[in-house]
Ligand binder design. Structure first.
Ligand SMILES: [Zn+2]
Length: 322
């Protein structure tokens, strides 16, 4: 399974900054050591044209040239630097490449970072500079339109299970029927002013595995009743975990693994290609965050193997038919 990374672009943060930047490198290291079926690839930067499918040109330029106001930098939560701009572009690039790989026949692929769902068209927020899932969704639609015009537009479902609402994503696609935004999140959590997505499920503090999984089941059912996706972008946030500093929910390792399996199985049953990004994770113990993410990859590898078997059987059927 192809997994794209950009964590070698180190974003310089002041000492004591609360963002756990080291988690990405640690996840990549563990994937390389423990999951031989993962093929790690360096992410390419998203271009201005790709970013402009979602973001205002003035905002793209301010990020590129470092002319963001101090207030805008504070809202993002990272100080601007050339590395910050480069990393933000590459994180979008990683989700683009994951989507393209998943659609291109592999069925599953991932971005080791990404899931920057608090980013709006014209501003960043909450550790999110550009909105990777939004840009990737629009770009996949454009590529699909060029290659398969006769099949009609590509519809994309963004399944956002980070514990925080995907407010930027919801706003970006507010008047766009070709992208469905689903978000399950803590009602008392950041962002305190939520946006209206296509389907928002607000969960109380302390929601545990059983209630969470029930809510997820209902949400996925409703999604397919209302929408026919051709691609799923899944934000597999680790921050609903009980050991998370910001999460406020009480999901266990097993509960989160069941969550991942539910989403991936739901997509597989419908043969929907799925690209996933890691989104948030702020464990009191960083290793716990990385463990949640490793479990996501282990489930994903099972479904990727099914896609590969399907491709092999398809090839065999084609040979027999000839
Ligand atoms: Zn989050």
């Amino acid at each position: 399974m192809h997994v794209f990374y950009a964590d070698h672009f180190i974003l310089p943060l002041p000492a004591g900054h609360r963002f756990p930047m080291a988690k990405y490198g640690r996840l990549r290291e563990r994937l390389a050591a423990e999951c031989p079926a993962v093929q790690l690839g360096q992410a390419l930067p998203a271009s201005d044209g790709e970013l402009a499918l979602v973001h205002d040109p003035a905002y793209i330029q301010a990020i590129q040239q470092g002319t963001l106001s101090p207030a805008a930098q504070r809202e993002i939560g990272f100080p601007w630097s050339p590395a910050m701009a480069e990393r933000a572009r590459r994180s979008v690039g990683a989700t683009i490449q994951a989507c393209r790989t998943a659609i291109g026949g592999e069925g599953m692929a991932a971005n080791i970072a990404g899931g920057t769902h608090h980013s709006y068209a014209d501003k960043g927020s909450g550790f999110c500079v550009f909105n990777d899932a939004a840009v990737a969704a629009r770009l996949m639609q454009a590529e699909h339109a060029r290659q398969h015009r006769a099949r009609g537009p590509l519809k994309v479902a963004i399944v956002d299970l980070d514990v925080h609402q995907g407010n930027g994503t919801a706003r970006i696609f507010a008047n766009d029927d070709s992208v469905f935004t689903l978000s399950l999140h803590g009602e008392k959590n950041f962002p305190f002013r939520k946006e209206a997505g296509d389907l928002d499920v607000e969960l109380p503090d302390g929601t545990g595995d059983a209630a969470y999984l029930e809510a997820l089941e209902r949400a996925l059912d409703e999604l397919v009743h209302r929408f026919e996706p051709g691609l799923v972008i899944y934000l597999a946030g680790a921050d609903p975990h009980e050991g998370d500093r910001l999460g406020r929910l009480k999901l266990t390792f097993d509960g989160l693994e069941a969550r991942d399996r539910r989403v991936m199985d739901w997509a597989w049953q419908r043969r929907l290609p799925l690209a996933f990004a890691m989104a948030g994770g702020y464990g009191t113990d960083m290793e716990a965050t990385v463990q949640v993410q490793m479990n996501t990859y282990r489930v994903a590898l099972e479904y990727h193997a099914r896609w590969m078997a399907l491709a092999r059987d398809g090839d065999r059927a084609a040979v027999t038919a000839a």
